[in-house]
Design a protein around this ligand. Structure first.
Ligand SMILES: [Zn+2]
Length: 273
């Protein structure tokens, strides 16, 4: 079987080595994993998840009396935190998820990207997606890159025309740097073609599939003092217990089929020596 997420990681390593604007990215801090996404369903092909943001400032929810406007009750203080994910001893800072099989079946001819790549083959759309997700990594500070507008303020969303055009430039820059076709040839194949060639498509996923590490809420213990000047009832905050630390042990391989996926049992895992 082809290890699809490994192939994408290796391609990303080659891209950051060849495209100067992405050379700040340390791929040992970027984990590529697969999520479920059917080809015939709407949704993203891939997503960039930042997991190196510091905890939020402490906050609380509150309720006001509609007539008088006074605070009648508030929740306990809480913060939101990023999960910790590490591979070996290396902490992961960003995760890039690909939706399978939707990603490998994407067609340029059905996409808005087509205007930028007229007459080019379908797999260029997949390369565009890969560069797009890498470009979301902010070079200045932990987080998703913010796009500055002409007036010096930041765009409300993290895309905008310039983002998409920068991605097209980087795709062309990569291809004109004469990369080894063996690094990117897997993009030319859809799910059916890869199944025929390799007997199946496998990818790294979290054991908790379809869930994966996400930012979570934590009630502060001990609780700070009440906000200044506010005396009201304090409601306990019920937050779901979530796993907050992940390692290699939480990663498993899954095989992706057109309509479903199944976890693969690692052969030899339980064998002595
Ligand atoms: Zn995006």
């Amino acid at each position: 079987m082809i290890n699809y997420t490994e192939r994408i990681s290796l391609l990303m390593e080659d891209i950051v080595a060849r495209v100067p604007a992405l050379s700040f990215i340390d791929m040992s801090r970027v984990l590529v994993f697969a999520r479920a996404g059917r080809t015939d369903a709407e949704g993203a092909y891939a997503t960039c998840h930042c997991i190196c943001l510091p905890p939020s400032e402490p906050g609380y929810y509150f309720w006001r009396d509609r007539a008088s406007g006074t605070l009648t009750r508030r929740s306990e203080w809480f913060v939101t935190k990023s999960p910790a994910v590490s591979i070996g001893a290396t902490p992961v800072e960003y995760m890039i998820s690909v939706a399978l099989p939707r990603f490998c079946d994407q067609l340029l001819s059905r996409s808005r990207k087509q205007v930028h790549y007229a007459g080019r083959p379908n797999w260029i759309g997949k390369l565009d997606t890969i560069v797009h997700e890498l470009y979301h990594i902010d070079p200045e500070r932990p987080g998703i890159r913010r796009m500055e507008k002409a007036d010096g303020t930041y765009a409300a969303n993290c895309h905008g025309h310039r983002f998409l055009e920068d991605v097209v430039d980087m795709v062309n820059q990569y291809l004109s740097s004469s990369p080894d076709p063996a690094i990117y040839d897997f993009l030319e194949w859809d799910l059916d073609e890869m199944t025929r060639r390799f007997g199946g498509v496998a990818a790294t996923t979290f054991r908790s599939f379809p869930s994966y590490p996400q930012r979570y809420t934590e009630v502060l213990d001990p609780q700070p003092a009440a906000p200044e000047g506010i005396i009201c009832r304090v409601e306990p905050l019920k937050v779901p217990r979530v796993k907050s630390h992940f390692t290699d042990d939480d990663l498993v391989m899954r095989e992706f089929l057109a309509q479903t996926s199944r976890q693969l049992i690692r052969k030899g895992k339980f064998c002595a020596a």
